[in-house]
Design a protein around this ligand. Sequence first.
Ligand SMILES: Cc1ncc(COP(=O)(O)O)c(C=O)c1O
Length: 477
Amino acid sequence: MVTVHQPVQNSTDQQHTRHRAERTNQVDVNLNDVIAAQEDIFVRRQPNSAHLAAAARQHLAGGVTSSWQITAPQPVWLSHGRGSKVYDVDGNEYVDLHGGYGAALAGHGHPAIAEAIATQVTRGTHFAQPTPNAVAVARELARRFGLPRWRFANSGTEATMDAVHLMRSITGRDLIIKIEGCYHGHHDSVQVSVAPEPEQAGPADQPNSAPSSTGIPKAITDLTLVATFNDLGSVARLLETHKDQVAGMIIEPIMMNAGIIKPEPGYLASLKTLLHQHHALLTFDEVKTGLTVGPGGVTRQEDVQPDVITLAKSLGGGVSVAAIGGTEAVMDHVATGGYEMVGTFNGNPLAMAATRAMLTEVATPDAYETIDKLSERAKTGIEQAIAASNLTAHVVTAGAKGCVVFAAEPVTSYRGFLGVDDRYSHAHWLYQHNGGVFLPPWGKIEQWLISVQHDEADIDRLIANFGVFARAAQPDR
Ligand SMILES: Cc1ncc(COP(=O)(O)O)c(C=O)c1O
């Protein structure tokens, strides 16, 4: 996810203008023209969205329900979703690969999720007392991720906030380490160096702790130290410089808020060893990766068990829920009252019913197998289109997630990602959108999500649109 450095624009037209203004600084006039033409088509296809956006601005701040819904050329207002598709208020159909920023692994209206919710609604939607489904969910998460004990929350932000509190509470230390370019939600301790501009970022081998939002006291930002992904030395240096002061480190084990950046072999295991040598803890933030890269997240794929895992997004089959898993030592601290992990809606019965269905009936081994085949089809098809064009790009996939990176070489950390020309991603997004495929907005930052309800025809629409885009956007030969 991007971070809003400037006060949020309160008009989508202004936002549109801002994006255009940035692009006029670029030299590749052809690509700018391609973008302008596609944005015009985009806006012409969606008059009802434009009317709704204008009306909404009267009572919704910025005319949307989250600042990241303000996207150029204008926010898309949706009417409904069904299976692998969503439909906008102008009646346009899209193959939904946006997936609600990675939360719709179940697709839309999945019968198992619908039934679980419908049944629970008639039996009560909130008690603030535990229900049997919570045990079933915790047991299944323990089986998948290998951590024995769990608690629940309502969003990824709450889960990572609890994880950071826990690491501090257990160690009695104040400092934490995070990775430059990782996003962990919008609480104070992790709104640091999420997407710093080059002038804020500091030296590559010793990144600054750059504030990623207004409204956060500098004293709190200063407690978050920043390291470089895939660079063990940058973490070792921080641990030495701040000896016995670091509570732990939080990391997306595959970076997914800067395209997709994978850990180099052995990196995550060495990180754990290093942190433990300094009596510091390790949290894997698997909010995005947890259910989407495979049944047991990166944790199982890489066979590295952290002290804490956070999950959210696709966990609840589209219902808002999060989970925090921990080792026995970590969760004993909670069980014995060393840290009070609380929340009125934690373990909400509706969320637990949907999550149980998600884990036992939707995200099944067969479903992952199908998704892997579709992912391979997307990668192969798009790579063929890249090879047939003059574009510099490659495809990165991780289970249900994937993206096109408009660079020649694999990106290994945030600094490499910064150098990727975002205009290609925006142009690609527009071509897909106008061609009936809804990818997540925000250019090079986000990835597609293939749900359990997508099929080959959906993926073929993605590939076909990419071919049209590649022919239009390729530089002159
Ligand atoms: C890795 C990661 N962690 C945490 C969060 C925060 O989750 P939420 O938006 O549910 O608060 C996000 C959201 O994009 C995320 O990508």
